[in-house]
Design a protein around this ligand. Structure first.
Ligand code: NAD
Length: 495
């Protein structure tokens, strides 16, 4: 936290108005490539949450009654505006998060796809009907919005993760309070400005800033019906418990430790390319990043050799100054120190440090280079903990069965991938692996907007996941209507 007077204080967005709060405490927002402070996010409290809930509840009265074609019309307009600002938004993501411009474009693109999906809300939220469920009685179901919803998001996808939530919630007829990560609030602010340009009425989308205090206020405010959370498992569980205790529906996605299994029959070149992207893309700060590499049998030596060669070619540099950077920094100094600590711990635990990312990185900013440990034991902390940086831990199972057994020892359950040309191995893996998103020759098996983001175990707390049809179910509730119309004509004819 810092209190530098020169940096720009960010406003909250409540009831269609931007305003700077009287909050005294701020979180500095950095350009992680340079370490320069670029803004300050106020650490708001319960009073600001209450203002936002009042505004959102007022807006709900008319937005929830707006025709579905009006709501989808606003979404279509928003999608067009986002496309027009695609480059600008991507550069903003790079500036505050540090990921490369290409990665930032992926971040924004995945988010826009959710808006695109939400444009079809009429089709997505259709009910069912059964005529004549009994004499003269017809039955229909309809899905209705649930009220004021809140979203709490992490730093690693400043555009995509907020857009997993509010476009779906709003298209369903709800109003929304977004609490973006205090480390990357700038993209969320711009996304809200653009939604207002698309004709979204005041108070339908609101933005508050802060950390634990504001999150706890959102989870316990009686005026909020549902909370969507994405972040680390510890906080996900806390949000899930607190929100549920206060009678809200909660979906809370947590952390991960994803495995990449390489079989001896894998096609070498695309496999290495996929591992590089999975483990070192976004500097390893993805909940779907491959952070454990299981080189099965004779695959291990070959994969280690090719991988260390590829790692040497990765250009680690200031992403805000170089559009062709290969890998950017981690989010802040605390993250850099945490990753360094894990590298020290792995070396102490006697794993083989095949490439040390602490050397040869830019001096300014929060950089750690790509790092590879070999001959890691499944019990070591670098095999078990989510490091959330560019560190890959390699183990050497003898068979695919061992690989699956080691992978299933993880308490998490986000993603896992296998690289193979054998249908048998692929089938065995996809059936026996205990996680919600599986890749076959795909390094990051993150589903697109029309599927749900299906974390299992400690990677998800709740029932209905974000995105896709489950997203629509989460942000609506079902009403069943039984109607009796006793028709005179029918009576006359003795029906
Ligand atoms: P984080 O848990 O530190 O923060 C997430 C959100 O929670 C932020 O908005 C933050 O302000 C708030 N928060 C932080 N500490 C809190 C506390 N003690 N009480 C209440 N609220 C608190 O996560 P992060 O560092 O921003 O993001 C990285 C984590 O997010 C990783 O663990 C990553 O795996 C996970 N993640 C998961 C998914 C998924 O879909 N499962 C997607 C992206 C990121």
């Amino acid at each position: 936290m810092t209190k530098t007077a020169t940096a720009k204080e960010l406003p909250v967005f409540i009831g269609g108005k931007w305003r700077v709060t009287k909050t005294k405490e701020y979180q500095a927002v950095f350009n992680p490539s340079t370490g320069e402070e670029i803004a300050r996010a106020p650490l708001c409290g319960a009073d600001i949450v209450d203002d936002a809930v009042q505004a959102a509840a007022e807006a709900f009265k008319s937005w929830s009654r707006a025709s579905i074609s009006h709501r989808s019309g606003v979404m279509f307009k928003y999608k067009a505006i986002l496309e027009a600002h695609f480059e600008e938004l991507s550069r903003l993501v790079t500036r505050e998060n540090g990921k490369t411009l290409d990665e930032a474009k992926g971040d924004v693109r995945r988010g826009i796809e959710v808006v695109e999906y939400a444009c079809g809300i009429a089709e997505l939220s259709k009910g069912e009907s059964v005529p004549a469920v009994a004499d003269h009685i017809d039955g229909v179901t309809m899905r209705e919005p649930i009220g004021v919803c809140a979203g709490i998001t992490p730093f690693n996808f400043p555009a995509m993760v907020p857009m997993w939530m509010y476009p779906m919630a709003i298209a369903c007829g709800n109003t929304f309070i977004l609490k973006p990560s205090e480390k990357v609030p700038l993209t969320a602010i711009r996304l809200a400005e653009l939604f207002a340009e698309a004709g979204l009425p005041n108070g339908v989308l609101n933005i508050v800033h802060g950390g634990r205090e504001v999150v706890d206020a959102l989870c316990s405010h009686p005026g909020i019906s549902a909370v969507s959370f994405v972040g680390s498992s510890k906080v996900a569980e806390h949000v899930y418990r607190l929100g549920s205790q206060h009678g809200k529906r909660v979906q809370a996605a947590g952390g991960a430790k994803n495995v990449l299994v390489v079989m001896p029959d894998a096609d070498p070149e695309p496999t290495i390319r996929a591992i590089m992207g999975s483990s070192f893309g976004c500097a390893g700060q993805r909940c779907m990043a491959g952070s454990v590499l299981l080189g099965v049998g004779e695959a291990a030596d070959a994969v280690r050799k090719r991988l260390t060669e590829a790692m040497e070619t990765l250009k680690v540099t200031d992403t805000s100054a170089d559009d062709k950077a290969g890998m950017g920094p981690v989010i802040d100094e605390a993250a850099r120190r945490r990753v360094h600590d894990y590298i020290e711990r792995g070396a102490k635990e006697k794993a083989q440090l095949a490439r040390d990312g602490r050397a040869s990185v830019p001096e300014r900013g929060f950089f750690v280079g790509p790092t590879l440990f070999d001959r890691v034991d499944p019990k070591m902390s670098i095999a078990r903990d989510e490091i959330f940086g560019p560190v890959l831990s390699m183990m050497r199972p003898k068979t695919v069965e061992d690989a699956i057994k080691w992978a299933n020892m993880s308490p998490y359950g986000n993603g896992a991938s296998i690289f193979t040309t054998s249908g048998r191995s692929a089938r065995q893996f996809t059936r026996d692996i205990q996680c919600g998103m599986v890749g076959v020759n795909v390094g990051v098996p993150a589903p697109m907007a029309f599927f749900s983001f299906s974390g299992w175990n400690q990677s998800f707390f709740g029932d209905l996941h974000v995105q896709g049809r489950e997203g629509v179910m989460f942000y609506t509730r079902q009403k069943v209507v039984l109607s009796r119309w006793d028709d005179q004509y029918q009576r006359q004819h003795g029906w």
